[in-house]
Design a protein around this ligand. Structure first.
Ligand code: FES
Length: 65
């Protein structure tokens, strides 16, 4: 499950999203999500074509040895 933390960095808040291998999430780009920064579908109610950014962590490759 994604681990989401917010921290201060150089006077600004930044959000760090850590994903498990193969995990995927949708990040809000409309700024209206009630679960920001995760998309909760609110963008579908807006008069805009803005949708989420889909982020996927790669699967871990097995060692061939
Ligand atoms: S709620 Fe903002 S992009 Fe989906």
């Amino acid at each position: 499950m994604a681990k989401i933390t917010t921290e201060e960095h150089n006077g600004h808040l930044r959000t760090i999203v850590e994903l498990e291998p193969g995990e995927q999430i949708s990040l809000c780009r409309c700024w209206k999500s009630g679960k920001f920064p995760i998309c909760d579908g609110t963008h579908k109610t807006l008069e805009s074509n803005v949708g989420p950014a889909r982020v996927r962590a790669p699967e871990v490759k097995q060692d061939a040895t």
